[in-house]
Ligand binder design. Structure first.
Ligand code: MG
Length: 463
């Protein structure tokens, strides 16, 4: 038997000694910037648990969300596809609102559905933002492959209460009673006005319960946090502790949460058979001033297709499989997690449609490179920029939330983002052949896109 196990593990390095496929956990922060963690260089926000996760695993330096705002980035993560393919983006509305009746189309196949078919127990704890089920029950995550659910339907700023004076003031004052963030367990409304100061703690308790309850079988836990999306709330154990102010308090509580998840995996003996990935859905919301985060040395933030809008922290952890202290400088993105984790779970990605995510197992295991053509930066339904190797061309530029109009460039702006991650030096003049190459790759990509009607239309409410 021992010999058989040895042969099996030699043949299938991705299976555990028991032959079981790995558990999969995705922890997804909301609006956390590239520069907001200790291990990504923040000078005063203390994130010892996430730093330890990176030290025990792999830290990506060029990891991307597939969109610049919440709804499309989540759709891309769970389907492995650019949101332009499934209607989960819109130039004007940008994200689903509280009153939206649209949502992730059921023709789409989610990672939860793929893994569930392979015998995984699937759970989501946190913010969904792919359809508001109180407007249409078919948008509930349990209709998209999740067995267990606890969390909010949308962002925590989308349902101002009657007490809310004016949005701008409310964002500045950050009083819990200004918001009606409805907290659900499955279809059951737990609190119409969730106490947001306890959300991170309660999410974490649910995540820990999910892991311990399902420790005997393969599980997939999708853990999209509500924070550090503004308005910010930290529990009394964290509030007022960080030199970075309330934003730092909130990130430090998220760090505590990551520590609790990893400790639970260690304590239950599951660490070596669980792959955990930590990332963020888009860059920091710079518009929010001190209650928004930082993109570090990257240009701009959430809402833009400059690097700060879409390059985010990406940390993989799988003791015994991923080399500790490893740093990956290759381009990778959230859509890759769909393809990679489907494969690790023994599932085949859908063959009847374009899947944009790549299998990055060779990067994770340090066993090889991954071939990649262009990475495209969409803002809503428009392709604004594209990256090929170290080069990034901007065909259209616009600030993230400013009143400025989009500027289409006849000659795109060109940056070598390996050399110039801050996108400070436009080198288009000197590299016409690079621009021609990127344009050819973009045309190939465009030819593969059959744009789906936007599901975000009709979201006319301001927030
Ligand atoms: Mg976000």
């Amino acid at each position: 038997m021992k010999h058989l196990l040895f042969i099996l593990s030699a043949l299938c390095p991705l299976l555990s000694a028991s032959g079981a496929p790995p558990n999969i956990v995705i922890i997804y922060a909301d609006d956390l910037g590239y520069g907001d963690l200790g291990c990504y260089g923040h000078p005063t926000i203390r994130t010892p648990n996430i730093d330890r996760m990176a030290a025990e695993g792999m830290r990506f330096t060029q990891f991307y969300s597939a969109a610049e705002v919440c709804t499309p980035s989540r759709a891309a993560l769970l389907t492995g596809r650019y949101p332009i393919r499934n209607g989960m983006c819109h130039d004007q509305f940008r994200v689903l609102r509280r009153v939206s009746t649209g949502g992730l189309p059921h023709e789409e196949v989610t990672l939860a559905e793929l893994l569930k078919e392979k015998g995984y127990t699937t759970g989501i704890v946190g913010k969904w933002h792919l359809g508001v089920w109180s407007n249409d029950p078919k948008h509930h995550p349990m209709q998209h492959g999740f067995d267990v659910h606890f969390g909010l339907p949308h962002s925590n700023d989308m349902d101002p209460s009657a007490d809310n004076p004016k949005l701008a003031n409310a964002l500045a004052d950050q009083k819990a009673e200004y918001w009606n963030a409805p907290l659900y367990r499955g279809m059951e409304l737990v609190e119409k006005q969730a106490d947001q100061t306890t959300l991170t703690r309660r999410y974490t308790e649910e995540a820990v319960k999910f892991i311990t309850t399902n420790k005997a079988r393969p599980f997939f836990l999708y853990f999209p946090h509500t924070f550090p999306h503004t308005p910010l709330f930290a529990s009394k154990d964290f509030k007022g502790r960080s030199p970075r102010g309330l934003y730092g308090d909130v990130v430090e509580e998220l760090d505590w949460s990551v520590g609790r998840v990893l400790d639970t995996l260690r304590e239950t003996g599951l660490a070596e058979n669980t792959v955990v990935f930590f990332s963020s859905d888009n860059g920091p919301w710079l518009l929010m001033g001190e209650t928004g985060g930082s993109a570090g040395l990257l240009r701009e933030g959430k809402g833009s297709t400059w690097e700060g809008g879409m390059r985010v922290p990406g940390i993989a952890w799988w003791p015994g499989k991923i080399q500790s202290w490893s740093v990956c400088q290759d381009v990778a993105c959230t859509m890759d997690l769909f393809t990679t984790f489907a494969k690790l779970g023994g599932a085949q990605v859908p063959q009847d449609r374009e899947i944009d995510g790549k299998d990055i197992t060779p990067l994770l295991l340090g066993s090889g490179k991954v071939e990649r053509d262009v990475f495209c930066y969409y803002r809503g339904q428009q392709l604004y920029a594209a990256r090929l190797g170290p080069w990034k061309a901007h065909f259209i530029t616009r600030s993230s939330y400013g009143p400025d109009k989009p500027v289409a460039h006849e000659v795109p702006e060109l940056y070598n983002v390996d050399e110039d991650p801050s996108e400070a030096r436009n080198v288009a003049d000197k590299n016409p052949e690079v621009i021609a190459q990127i344009k050819a790759s973009v045309e190939k990509h465009r030819a593969s896109v059959k744009e789906a009607p936007s599901q975000l239309v009709g979201s006319m409410e301001a927030r």
